[in-house]
Design a protein around this ligand. Structure first.
Ligand code: PSU
Ligand code: MN
Length: 299
């Protein structure tokens, strides 16, 4: 894989590095907002004093730290594959372009020596999974790859109770950052209480260090609620989500197409309100991720 010079230098000098995924660019948001947001998120991380490393696969080569031109291309290119753990070998061997999901980004970032990764919302157990078995590979990845993933909670389109149960079974710590219930992406809080909390990035860094000292190879999920002024009403969003899921089922959309379809449909129903929320929460996570990365270099 190719590690950008500035990322490699930072890693070699124990300087803070924050990984970013590319599925959110190619499949999670429309062009041109996707590119604008991706670059703004990098800028936030830089301004916090850390080095951003957006990860994606170009012509079969994993790139750790894409250039601005490469990010632009990811934002508008058609036919980029959505790559999770199972897809990695295929995409590399076929020299394809691949956008990495939370799972695949965790794998590549971890191999590069990065400890912190910022995204919007992770994948999880889908509603109806008791019959469809649709459980995002993101969850299993958190159980076996050492990475601190900063998000605004699992995506609201999911079954949050089942997602929490699954994470518990898999041994993944779910930490609330200055919140007492699980944030659910578009909304600040859900009715699911969280057992573990953190009030400052330094404490989160100490948790990461403690797991490392024990050679635990699993990840940590930091859930950071969307800023108040962008938070959408949970009950109203649930009606929107149900309508989007209904349409998806009628169209027969399944598997890896589900999440991108639902995000797009929800943007359409809310006339862009959900996109504004998504943008705000990712940026908010970028601030926190960079702060944790900075604290980690001091331990
Ligand atoms: N967060 C966002 N937008 C996204 C995603 C996360 O704000 O598009 C992507 C991530 O890459 C995540 C994926 O891994 O959605 C989950 O897809 P699935 O449910 O198919 O595993
Ligand atoms: Mn799935």
């Amino acid at each position: 894989m190719k590690i950008a010079k500035r990322v490699l230098e930072a890693l070699n000098n124990n300087e803070p590095v924050v990984a970013l995924e590319s599925t959110i660019i190619s499949h999670g948001m429309p062009y041109p907002q996707n590119v604008k947001v991706a670059l703004e998120v990098e800028k936030i991380i830089e301004d916090e004093g850390a080095v951003p490393a957006t990860i994606g696969i170009i012509d079969g080569e994993p790139i750790i730290g894409m250039s601005h031109e490469e990010i632009e291309e990811f934002g508008k290119r058609e036919g980029i594959l959505k790559v999770s753990r199972r897809d990695l070998g295929y995409v590399i061997a076929s020299k394809s372009w691949g956008a990495t999901t939370v799972a695949a980004t965790m794998i590549l970032a971890s191999k590069a020596g990065i400890k912190i990764f910022v995204t919007g919302g992770i994948g999880g157990v889908h509603r109806g999974a008791t019959s469809t078995f649709d459980i995002s590979a993101d969850l299993d990845e958190l159980s076996k790859t050492d990475m601190c993933v900063v998000c605004a909670g699992p995506k609201a389109i999911l079954d949050l109770d089942l997602t929490m149960e699954y994470l518990e079974t898999k041994g993944v710590l779910v930490l609330g950052y200055n919140c007492s219930s699980l944030p659910c992406f578009y909304s600040r809080s859900s009715n699911i209480p969280l057992e573990y909390h953190a009030e400052d990035p330094k404490f989160i860094a100490r948790i990461i260090k403690a797991q490392k000292d024990l050679s635990l190879s699993n990840g940590i999920l930091v859930t950071n609620p969307i800023p108040e002024q962008y938070s959408l009403d949970k009950d109203k969003m649930n009606i929107v989500i149900e309508a989007a899921i209904d349409k998806m089922n009628k169209l027969g959309i399944k598997g890896k197409e589900e999440t991108p379809f639902l995000l797009k449909e929800i943007v359409a129903i809310t006339k862009g309100e959900s996109l504004n929320a998504n943008i705000a929460l990712v940026k908010n996570n970028a601030h926190l991720g960079a702060k944790i990365a900075l604290e980690l270099t001091k331990l």
